[in-house]
Design a binder for this molecule. Structure first.
Ligand code: C2E
Ligand code: MG
Ligand code: MG
Length: 725
């Protein structure tokens, strides 16, 4: 026998000293560790203090006999599965019977065959180990089934008897004891009535022809809950290849199916409006267009782009913006008679989709003429322009609509969508709030946009950008008090391109961040150069677009920049617009405060054009307000805008802010503004934006004289502060 490590510890219990001694010696000789006792009492005492691998137990003993000893050992946790061999009289069937009843594993008849004793003991130990490992395996399998929510079952070939694991019962919400002695029908009844015929047909084919199957179906648990299960089954064959049963597994996949459904919904529908998204719309449109092709009819695809929706979103915040979008989606749906809409098997409403942040697409079937499509577009525009009350304000929105006709403009859903988008883009470019049909020329202008984008990308890297400076002047004294840095693009063929033509493009295609980085770096380099040349150094204002302003780590970036050029924060004024700040007011306040703490001057650009309410103004830790040019233009007449300009000046003063007027073009405007206390001005009246060298020359001169202006300006001069370097 192979050496046991440690040797198995046996307990020999017999009141006959001779037999006890023989057994002990024989078993020790066979390599076991043996303890021997002479009574049931001693055996139980030994049993409670030591662990044994097997007990050899005499039946007949005075006091507590072998049967009782066996029973008591079995009642202990350790004794429950311990092999206990009982020593009985030869052919004493009654005592053998009793021994089994008391829980004996097996018996050895006396007189004992000493040469076989060790073999019998080893065999009993092996059998016990096998039984224990079987129990462990079953437990492991049950645990695995529980974790996988997977039950297993077997139906006998007669189709009458079924056995299954406890987990199968759990999946069906049946008590665990239901796992035994079941008729397959008990579970079949729980299968959802719609799915039942399919499952039964598959099971019958498996029973009769041995055809395996894999199915998903719904069940109603015994407690009434609906679940979805996956079932896989195959025939069980005997050694002769005859089918004796069908075995299978059934797994509860409800959570997975639900997750898949959610994912699929997310992949196909827009979360805000609940409408199909672009991808799904294109899928839905395909069969509609195919049917139109068969019938020889034409369709219209309308791309509805809500004008200036970004500022609505910025001003109202995401949640309110989403609500407005939902409202618009409902209006679009309601305003198109369902007969106009393509019915594609998912209900008429699915042929309207949300295809962009502020854009919807509609597919209209059997549209006989352009005129018909155009009438629908008009109806949609009217629906959108009905006033909306949001956040206590009344908004009136407009839409630019592009129309593409099938099959005239394109035959594929994707291409058709693209045509409608280009037409909408053209409608926007032509001044918004209008409709346009697609035409071939638009293709050319779309490809032009792509060219511009790659050109601009190159321009930033290839040094085609120029930084111009427009002085800020104290109108009372003519003294230059600062400058705004304004970017231009020196295009190799188109000449000097103004920012209005490429900043929106840069914002759309993500180039605004590298562009702003270039502007900041160039402005700082110019400041350093001026300082080194001994020129008067005045603060320079730089315009920050939203991606740059909201960017993580902006102040660290600015710190590094200033360090590199050996400048102080006070030489930079950062201009942001109100709509930018309204995107996320708490974040904006936090960013502004960080920048203010570092010593930067903060300016609110184009003030009065956004949606911001004055109550927010108090929350923004800014230094300066720039009155938008539109209010300045009419200011001197003292009419409505004059009143607005005046109140902005008064408001700025109240909040202790510097107020700057931009776009000042005439002496009358300058005088009007100065009269109300706004002497810091910027505009063509004083100077147009100019290249850096020209601005350097102006700095040497120090001031700008405008004939006819100075005598009219009575307000006290604004201190022309030089930035410390
Ligand atoms: P803004 O920041 O409001 O700049 C003022 C604009 O008004 C400048 O136009 C300026 O040339 C123009 N302007 C100044 N005085 C007058 C005047 O008396 N009459 C008229 N009609 N216009 C005047 P510009 O340089 O074309 O820039 C337009 C806008 O482009 C700027 O408006 C700003 O929003 C943006 N922009 C310019 N440079 C940058 C830049 O480096 N980064 C970013 N993000 N935006 C920039
Ligand atoms: Mg500006
Ligand atoms: Mg401005």
């Amino acid at each position: 026998m192979p050496a046991h490590d440690p040797p198995v510890h046996l307990l020999v219990v017999d009141d006959d000293p001779l037999l006890r001694g023989m057994a002990t010696r024989t078993l020790r000789h066979a390599g076991f560790e043996v303890s021997a006792v002479d009574s049931g009492e001693q055996a139980l005492a030994a049993f409670s203090s030591a662990r044994f691998g097997l007990v050899l137990l005499d039946v007949m003993m005075p006091g507590v006999d072998g049967y009782e000893t066996c029973r008591r050992m079995r009642a202990t946790p350790h004794g429950a599965s311990l092999p206990i061999l009982m020593l009985t009289g030869l052919n004493d069937t009654e005592s053998i019977e009793q021994a089994y009843q008391a829980g004996a594993t097996d018996f050895i008849a006396k007189p004992i065959n000493w040469t076989l004793l060790a073999q019998r003991v080893r065999y009993a130990l092996r059998a016990a180990a096998a039984a224990e490992s079987a129990v462990r395996n079953r437990e492991r399998l049950e645990r695995a089934q529980r974790i996988a929510r997977m039950g297993s079952w077997e139906i006998a070939a007669d189709g009458e008897r079924m056995s299954c694991s406890a987990e199968l019962a759990a999946i069906f919400g049946a008590p665990a004891r239901a796992a035994t002695g079941l008729r397959p029908d008990a579970f079949v009844e729980r299968i959802n009535a719609d799915d039942r015929p399919t499952v039964q047909a598959a099971r019958q084919a498996a029973m009769r022809e041995g055809t395996p199957y894999r199915l998903n179906f719904r069940i109603e648990r015994f407690d009434g809950a609906e679940r979805t299960v996956f079932e896989q089954a195959q025939p069980v064959l005997d050694a002769a290849g005859r089918q004796v049963a069908v075995e299978g597994i059934t797994q509860d996949i409800t959570e997975r199916v639900e997750a898949e459904r959610r994912i699929s919904h997310l992949a196909h529908f827009d979360a805000v409006s609940g409408l199909p998204n672009r991808k799904f719309f294109i899928e839905l449109a395909a069969p509609t267009l195919e049917r139109a092709a068969r019938l020889g009819s034409s369709c219209a695809l309308l791309h509805v782009d809500i004008d200036r929706f970004k500022s609505v979103n910025d001003a109202l915040g995401r949640n309110e913006g989403d609500r407005v979008l939902r409202l618009l989606a409902e209006r679009l749906q309601a305003s198109v008679r369902s007969a106009d809409l393509a019915s594609v098997g998912h209900g008429a409403e699915t042929c309207i989709a949300r295809v962009g942040a502020n854009a919807f697409t509609l597919l209209l079937v059997e549209v006989g003429s352009d005129r018909q499509a155009s009438l629908v577009a008009e109806r949609l525009m009217a629906a959108i322009s009905m006033p909306i009350v949001a956040d206590g304000r009344e908004l009136t929105l407009t839409a630019s609509i592009g129309i593409a006709m099938y099959p005239r403009d394109a035959s594929e859903p994707k291409a058709l969508t693209h045509c409608a988008e280009q037409a909408a883009y053209a409608a926007k470019a032509a001044g918004r709030a209008q409709q346009r049909f697609f035409d071939e020329a638009m293709n050319a202008s779309a490809s032009m946009r792509l060219t511009r984008e790659s050109e601009l990308r190159r321009a930033i890297g290839d040094g085609q950008l120029r930084l111009y400076y427009q002085p800020k002047v104290d109108a009372a004294s003519g003294r230059v008090v600062g400058a705004e840095a304004l970017v231009r693009w020196q295009h190799p063929e188109r000449g000097l391109v103004p920012p209005g033509e490429f900043i929106p493009l840069a914002e759309e295609c993500g180039l605004i961040v590298p562009l702003t980085d270039w502007v900041l770096d160039t402005a700082c380099a110019d400041l350093r150069r001026r300082a080194d040349a001994g020129l008067r150094t005045l603060p320079v204002s730089v315009n920050l677009a939203s991606p740059s302003f909201l960017r993580e780590g902006l102040h660290e970036q600015l710190d590094r920049l200033l360090q590199r050029h050996r400048l102080e924060p006070s030489c930079l004024t950062l201009e942001v617009t109100e709509s930018l700040l309204m995107t996320d007011v708490p974040l904006a306040v936090q960013r502004l405060q960080q920048l203010r703490d570092r010593g930067f001057t903060l300016s609110l650009d184009d003030f009065g054009t956004g949606f911001s309410s004055l109550s927010y103004l108090k929350r923004f830790p800014i230094h300066e307000l720039k009155i938008d040019r539109s209010f300045v233009t009419e200011a001197w007449r003292g009419e409505r805008d004059g009143a607005i300009a005046r109140s902005i000046i008064a408001l700025g003063r109240e909040f202790g802010l510097q107020v700057v007027a931009e776009g000042v073009e005439t002496v009358s405007q300058a005088a009007f503004l100065a009269q109300y206390g706004c002497t810091c001005q910027q505009g063509y009246l004083f100077a147009r934006p100019m290249p850096a060298q020209h601005f350097d020359t102006l700095l040497v001169r120090g001031s700008i004289t405008v004939p006819g202006l100075l005598p009219k300006c009575e307000a006290p001069a604004v201190e022309a502060a030089g930035a410390p370097l």
